[in-house]
Design a protein around this ligand. Structure first.
Ligand SMILES: [Zn+2]
Length: 399
């Protein structure tokens, strides 16, 4: 089975290279808009869509015209890719997945371009055709063939390269797990994660700091006259903060998920309904995004590293279920960090949840010969009685 891996690195171009990158982005924007205009023109007179092969032939002919001879200085695959991207946008429109493609604007669209081949990475540098070797902050090695690259300047003003690589994974059943290496993961708020073995991953500091900065920047923006010069400046600052937090989040989550899939054979997580969570609070929305991204990374990394990943039903009352006796505590509220069951067991809310998630997930993971898994007293078949909407909501709002 062929799998794709995506790497994203910040680029550190020299002044001259940055100018070249902007020139390439400008050429890409030009090619897209030219092709879109040609298609519109032909459609208006004949009612048919100019095929991509013909667009490509016309573009090649333009390179021989004096006023468009500059196209020869642009990587030809970059131009071809622009035509392919436009074609794809048309297909998305026809299958009702997207709006009709529009002309690219220098002001609104982030400068960027794509190149399908001939991208090399060596010694923390990426080779960009017609630009040269550009230094990158390579945070991880690339261990499989690169199939394509996107270069883009983000709202924080820095250039980034996104590399798509492909690798093969054997189409075989996963090896059975050692129960000692199966972990339950509870997503929290007080802590970012609580693991069934007692490990707590605290919510990184940059969240709080970042949120304060966002609030401040939003207030500053709201005081400016919309559309004015100062408003534009304030908007730019706000976007820059968002981009910075996004990058910090991605770094944090990449390190965390890689460590988890390397350390454990089996990972059990809860299927948190993100839409069900309160979205009004800024802090919550930022964390929602992090949990969604955490889940996405864990899924593909489990696939790469050939580890078991079990997603537990979101109606499972992980925090309210006593793992000692199997009683569900209906009175547990969001603020109860510690609770005592009628059987006398005292539970840390998040740790109890993580251990329950692990116990349920464990049922779906084959255990290696020679290892035995001790089941909890309540066995395997405990399911909540779905006693109405209230319980369900409470569970999906569990923090
Ligand atoms: Zn109990």
């Amino acid at each position: 089975m062929t799998q794709r891996k995506v790497f994203r690195f910040r680029m550190e171009p020299t002044k001259a290279q940055e100018e070249s990158l902007l020139r390439m982005a400008g050429a890409r924007r030009w090619a897209w808009s030219w092709a879109l205009a040609r298609r519109k023109e032909v459609y208006a007179t004949t009612g048919r869509i100019l095929p991509i092969a013909q667009l490509s032939a016309e573009l090649t002919a333009l390179k021989r015209q004096p006023q468009t001879a500059w196209l020869r200085d642009v990587d030809s695959q970059l131009l071809q890719q622009a035509l392919k991207d436009l074609d794809r946008a048309y297909n998305a429109f026809f299958s009702k997945r997207a709006r009709f493609p529009r002309f690219k604007s220098k002001k609104k669209d982030k400068p960027g371009f794509r190149i399908p081949q001939r991208i090399k990475v060596e010694g923390s540098k990426v080779y960009v055709p017609k630009v040269g070797w550009v230094r990158i902050r390579q945070s991880q090695p690339i261990d499989c063939p690169i199939k394509g690259a996107t270069f883009k300047r983000d709202t924080d003003g820095h250039w980034y390269v996104t590399l798509t690589a492909e690798f093969e994974i054997p189409d075989l059943p996963l090896p059975p797990a050692n129960p000692d290496k199966v972990v339950g993961i509870d997503l929290g708020l007080k802590d970012f994660l609580v693991l069934s073995d007692g490990t707590r991953i605290t919510t990184p500091k940059f969240y709080r700091k970042g949120l304060e900065k966002i609030r401040k920047a939003q207030r500053a923006l709201s005081r400016k006259k919309k559309g004015g010069r100062n408003w534009e400046k304030a908007l730019k600052r706000l976007r820059k903060i968002h981009a910075k937090i996004r990058n910090q989040r991605q770094d944090f989550l990449h390190k965390l998920t890689t460590e988890l899939v390397q350390r454990y054979d089996g990972l059990c997580i809860e299927d948190l309904s993100l839409e069900g969570m309160a979205r009004t609070k800024l802090s919550q929305s930022v964390l929602d995004a992090a949990f969604g991204e955490f889940r996405r990374m864990l899924e593909y990394k489990a696939l790469w590293y050939r580890k078991h990943l079990v997603v537990v039903d979101r109606y499972f009352p992980s925090s309210r279920l006593c793992r000692e006796c199997g009683t569900v505590n209906p009175a547990l509220t969001l603020s109860d960090r510690v609770w005592t069951c009628e059987c006398g067991a005292v539970h840390d809310r998040d740790l109890n949840a993580a251990q329950n998630i692990r116990a349920v997930g464990m049922q779906r993971i084959p255990v290696a010969v020679g290892h035995t898994e001790t089941l909890n007293a309540w066995g395997v078949s405990v399911r909540p009685a779905r006693s109405g909407q209230e319980t369900t909501n409470q569970e999906s709002h569990r923090l």
